[in-house]
Ligand binder design. Structure first.
Ligand SMILES: C[S@@+](CC[C@H](N)C(=O)[O-])C[C@H]1O[C@@H](n2cnc3c(N)ncnc32)[C@H](O)[C@@H]1O
Length: 223
């Protein structure tokens, strides 16, 4: 069933979908429970260690409700790293959600491929699985062109174990209908190491592929 990446649609693929706002709250909860910020902050530690004293312009692609940017802002304060944060998301719900919660970032509401500005670090979490294989290759090249010091993709491992775990968890936690629907579809649209090797080869891009606990792949390039 999960041998190949699914092409099934997620409700969240519709940027104007009803229930988007509640789903962003649910995602923030899932991110906390699944330790989503850990690999992202560890990557920023690596960037900061390579470029000590350098202020960082950081772009979060498919930023959703902005909870990752909140964690990154906390990281910057704790590490004494000056940050200029930007959230980018296709959905207008995302900008509204981030503004209502005081996320300390500039916001861009657009398709990522329409955005040409460069940043020191470009990252995304739980975003890449929204792309089909051909668009993923295009995204890898886009990251290479937009990120001056490094980029990071953190996304889901496609496997029956996280699929079953998530199926049960979103029901037990009484998540919103959109989260319940999209959670297992997201895993079916997720990746194996071989998928990442193939996408990187297709894009002609060099990057490290690492496992991140629990059930995630971290694909990263550092300059
Ligand atoms: C599953 S959510 C992840 C949100 C957030 N990163 C998180 O971890 O909670 C994926 C987000 O990607 C956004 N998105 C999908 N396609 C996009 C595109 N082409 N350009 C920018 N954002 C996009 C969606 O609107 C959605 O908010």
């Amino acid at each position: 069933m999960l041998r190949q990446r699914s092409r099934a649609a997620e409700w969240m693929d519709d940027p104007e979908a009803e229930g988007f706002d509640a789903a962003l709250d649910g995602l923030a909860r899932i991110n906390r429970l699944s330790l989503a910020a850990r690999p992202v902050l560890a990557f920023l530690d690596q960037v900061a260690a390579r470029h000590p004293g350098t202020p960082l312009r950081v772009l979060d692609v498919g930023a959703g409700g902005g909870d990752m940017l909140v964690r990154i802002a906390e990281w910057g304060r704790a590490r004494g790293v000056t940050l200029e944060l930007t959230g980018l998301d296709l959905s207008p719900w995302s900008a509204r959600h981030a503004a209502a919660r005081g996320v300390p970032a500039r916001w861009i509401t657009a398709d990522l491929f329409d955005v040409e500005e460069q940043h020191d670090v470009v990252l995304c979490s739980l975003f890449a699985h929204h792309l089909d294989d051909a668009t993923l290759v295009r995204f890898l090249r886009w990251l290479e062109a937009r990120a001056r010091l490094g980029w990071l993709i953190s996304d889901l491992h496609r496997h029956w174990l996280p699929w079953g775990f998530v199926w049960a968890a979103v029901r037990l936690l009484r998540m919103s209908p959109m989260v319940v629907h999209d959670s297992t579809v997201s895993i079916a649209r997720g990746f194996t190491r071989a998928d990442w090797q193939m996408a990187l080869a297709g894009a002609g891009v060099a990057a490290q592929i690492r496992w991140a606990f629990p059930f995630r792949w971290q694909v990263a390039a550092l300059r």
